[in-house]
Structures are given as structure tokens and as C-alpha cells.
Design a binder for this molecule. Sequence first.
Ligand SMILES: [Zn+2]
Length: 281
Amino acid sequence: MVRERIGLLSSARSRGCLVKVLLLAIFCFALPITITALNHFPCTPDEKAEHVVTVDAGAGSPSLKEVIPAKYQKRYLKWKNDYLSTDAGREEWERYTLDPKFTLTITISREEAEGARVNGLHWDATGKLIAATIMLGSKLDSGYPSSFNYPITCSLAPGNLPSEVKGTILAATKLAHEFGHLNRMMNMDGRLYELQNRLMIEYNRIFHANGLNAQDPRLSELVRRMDGTPVSIAQERESWAEMGAILYLQERLQKDRDAKMPQPIREAISTYYLTYPGRLQ
Ligand SMILES: [Zn+2]
């Protein structure tokens, strides 16, 4: 697949990229609290009746709520167990589920389809993330995102993994990607994150109202305040999330497992580390 680098919003191609990014962002963008209510997990009546909270947090104990409709529990456990079959997956999982100061909720729904996202973010007064919800689609084991912002997950494209495990590994990779989002959020000030979410909406409103003119001084001021354009911020967030996918895949596709590291995935990881050498582990 063709890989693209995202530039400034000063050309027709870049404007096309913006639209593309905005669409891709729906895949797993951590939505701002200000619009969370509009995108809240829309339970259908039958799913609501089947919701099962499988883990209950006791006083002072780690908090994990897995709100999984009964009809999706089998597939959810399959994806989760594959993720937890790696040390990397277990370490990420325990980082949040064993933290008594953090509340992690995991849900699965038909509406998310092949995608996933982090939602329901809560920050304390110092800007530290203290709660989040990972929303998984019921078809998480199918569908490959574009390489544009998801070069690692995309590299699992059909044909790159054995058919008997490719769906499970794909789903676990998407779950790992969402933990990558959490990791990034945990390492940044939530006040900046929220500011970016608010200003990106404002930026896009102005950008589309002014005839897609990225040179608008109002946009320059917004870029200064949120430290990037909506495109660059989305790319930065997704690239960090892809680190979660890398950590899982590097271990999951080792020689002693049922699937070896295919060349396209190996190349995608190498390219990632060339692009972000500071993240090399
Ligand atoms: Zn993402």
C-alpha cells in the first residue's frame, strides 16, 4: 500500500488528506469530552438487557469493568486472551487494571463494527487521566484500516497471516492499539488534550467556512495554541497508539508461536522506527 506523509494544509492534496484523516479519525479517535455525549455508546434494547459486568471493583482494589453483551462474550474472551498471551499485553492490561486510582471500562457493540476507540475520558485536577472506556466493535476481527494513520494495523492485511489466526490477531492488535492510546494519554496533560479537542473542532469549522484556506490568521493562531493542525495532532495520536500494536505483534509473531512475523509487518515496524527513532525499544 502507498504510504503518505502528512504535510501542512496548504495544497489541494493536503486538503484531501484532511478529509481523509477526519474520516479515518472515526475509526479510533479518542473523542473529546465535549462531544462525547453525542457519540455515547448507543446500546440497543436487546444488548442492554444482556449486558454483563464481569468484574466488580471492591474497595481499594483495581477497577476494571467489562461490559460485554452475552452474545459477544465468547469472541471478546478470544481476543482478550490472545492479547494477554503476550507479556506486552499483560503488562499493558495490568498497568490499568491493577491501578486502584484508575477505572477502565471495556465494552463491545455492534455500532462500532470493525473499529474501536477510547471514550469516556476523565482527568483529575492536575490533568492526569483517571478513567477511560475502550469501545470495541463486534466485528473487530475483520476490516483493515488505511496505512495513512495506521501503518502497523494495516500491515496485517488479508494474506499476511494464516487464515486460522488472522482474525484473532487482527482484533487483538486493534485492542493493543487502544491501549497505546491510553499510554499516550497517561503521559500527557489532559488539559492540553482537552484544549486540542476543542480547538480542532473550531479549526475545522473555520477551515470549511473560509473555503479551505489554511493561511487564515485565525487558523494560525489556533495551530499555535494547540501545538499543531488537526491533521498533525491526529497523526501524532494515532502513531503513538500504533506503538501498542507493535509491542503486541513483536511478541505474538515470534518463532515459537502459531504465526510467524510476515515480511510486510516486519517492514511496517521497521519503517515506523525509522520514522520515530526516539520510540525504539
Ligand atoms: Zn487510534
